[in-house]
Design a protein around this ligand. Structure first.
Ligand SMILES: *Cc1c(COP(=O)(O)O)cnc(C)c1O
Length: 469
């Protein structure tokens, strides 16, 4: 064991030691590069980690979306693909898995999460209505706005403070929700858009009590609650650990109970459900389902495949069942926490509490000498790649873009995200990552920042180019 000793995930869960609850059957070799090779690759990529080729990356922590490793059972399921145009056997397997674990009656498969968001927004929103949500997610809000809605953030204030230790920073502020009902009238609220482990707040969970209260308040006003269940499995673990009365309940039980406080939901299966592509939308209301079924054939595909191959639906059905196993979820969130606790023990600044899927380094406090115009979070992502070939992502001033007057938007949060794919890397990879961040931290005073040399008009963080100062 290395110097990081007493911080193993095993001890954290009150056991003697810990190892990943899987063994490796097939390997994908990683590129081990020299510093010179990384310097050339990073320069070629304009110091933007989105523009690196994945073959030049050693440990890829850009995203946890579609990057999971499938199990041998999922791969076996791929061979059971029933590629019938209509009524594929795999659709019914998926329908059963979703019903058993999320409790929703009627399922519509979609090619990925945003396909589901598109359909729900088209059908459930009348132009001019409001959609309250516990902080926004990029594609979710965009589809709601394209359908003519105004998004209203009703998350608790604590979510906006990276240092606040509230155990359920994803919670809805009931007073804000009630105030919206009173201000615009409940008939002008399309639905409440509730999300589990809120990504933009740092992977922060919603409590069971809050979901119950939100549903009761919405029902009182005749408004439905739809759940972005993309990372709900991870949310369920936080409930098990932190909420009274749930310590002895399984992840599967908690998930099912949570969903019972909503009227339907959707998912990007590229996250919790352990597949590389896929999503679904599921509701309890028969009439709404029929409307959605009318729309899916226009935009995705027939209602029994929704833009997916039969084999993908089979892998998703199996992945859904694997994703709710307690041992799996503990290993997944535990790995994120292991990395976070190691970094915290060296006083490296990050969003707290540690979330479910990623570590968000606080680049503002990391590079206290760099003004935001020198892109501290982008600089940190570049330095991390240079040091060790680890790829992370900027979530700060570059991602925020410009305002109507053409000025940089200056978000309070200037973060560099290390996102952990599921079942892909071992604890040893987490040690290597932690030590790379530490090396960059120790050399922080030498960092000079970056200047932007090319700026695309839309979503600039994807393609912007930089040079070192
Ligand atoms: C990824 C994601 C989506 C969008 O799903 P895609 O599969 O990328 O289209 C929606 N909501 C949340 C919370 C997500 O993380």
């Amino acid at each position: 064991m290395s110097e990081h000793e007493p911080r193993t995930t095993g001890q954290q869960f009150g056991r003697r030691s810990w190892a990943e609850p899987w063994k490796i059957k097939m390997v994908e070799p990683l590129a081990v590069t020299t510093r010179e090779q990384r310097e050339a690759a990073l320069e070629g990529a304009g110091y933007n980690t989105f523009l690196l080729r994945s073959e030049d990356v050693y440990i890829d922590l850009l995203t946890d979306s579609g990057t999971s490793a499938m199990s041998d059972r999922q791969w076996a399921g791929m061979m059971l693909g029933d590629e019938a145009y209509a009524g594929s056997r795999n659709f019914y397997a998926l329908e059963r898995a979703v019903f058993e674990h999320y409790g929703y009656q009627h399922l519509i498969p979609t090619h990925q999460g945003r396909g589901a968001e598109h359909l729900l927004s088209r059908v459930a929103i009348r132009p001019g209505q409001w959609v309250p949500g516990n902080m926004y997610f990029t594609t979710t809000r965009l589809h709601q706005e394209l359908a003519g809605a105004t998004f209203e953030d009703v998350i608790i204030d604590e979510a906006h403070d990276p240092a606040d230790l509230h155990p359920f920073k994803g919670n809805v502020d009931l007073a804000k929700l009630r105030a919206l009902f009173e201000r615009v009238g409940p008939e002008n609220v399309a639905y409440v858009s509730l999300a589990g482990t809120v990504n933009m707040a740092g992977g922060q969970p919603v409590s069971m009590a809050n979901a119950r209260d939100v549903h009761a308040l919405a029902q009182e006003h005749g408004v439905k609650v739809y759940l972005d269940a993309t990372r709900m499995v991870e949310n369920a673990l936080f409930i098990q650990e932190r909420e009274d009365g749930y310590a002895d309940r399984s992840i599967a039980e908690i998930l099912l109970e949570f969903c019972s406080h909503t009227d339907g939901g959707w998912i990007s299966a590229k996250k919790d459900s352990l597949v590389n592509i896929g999503g679904w939308l599921a509701v309890n209301d028969q009439e709404l389902f029929e409307e959605l079924r009318n729309q899916v054939v226009i935009f995705e595909g027939l209602h029994t495949y929704g833009g997916l191959a039969g084999r993908d639906m089979e892998a998703m059905a199996i992945g859904t069942r694997e994703s709710v196993q307690d041992e799996h979820v503990r290993a997944r969130v535990g790995q994120v926490r292991y990395l976070g606790e190691l970094l915290s023990s060296w006083d490296i600044p990050m969003v707290q509490p540690i979330g479910g899927h990623a570590i968000f380094l606080d680049a503002r406090r990391f590079y206290e000498h760099l003004p935001q115009d020198r892109f501290p979070a982008q600089t940190l992502a570049a330095e991390l790649y240079l040091d060790s070939g680890i790829r992370s992502m900027e979530r700060g001033i570059v991602s925020a873009g410009r305002d109507a007057a053409g000025e940089h938007k200056r978000p309070k949060l200037e973060l560099t995200r290390l996102t952990i794919p599921r079942r892909v890397y071992t604890q040893a990879h987490m040690d290597v990552t932690a030590e790379a961040v530490k090396a960059v931290w120790d050399a922080r005073e030498q960092a000079r920042g970056l200047t932007m040399t090319y700026e695309p008009k839309y979503l600039r963080f994807f393609q912007a180019r930089f040079e070192p100062l």
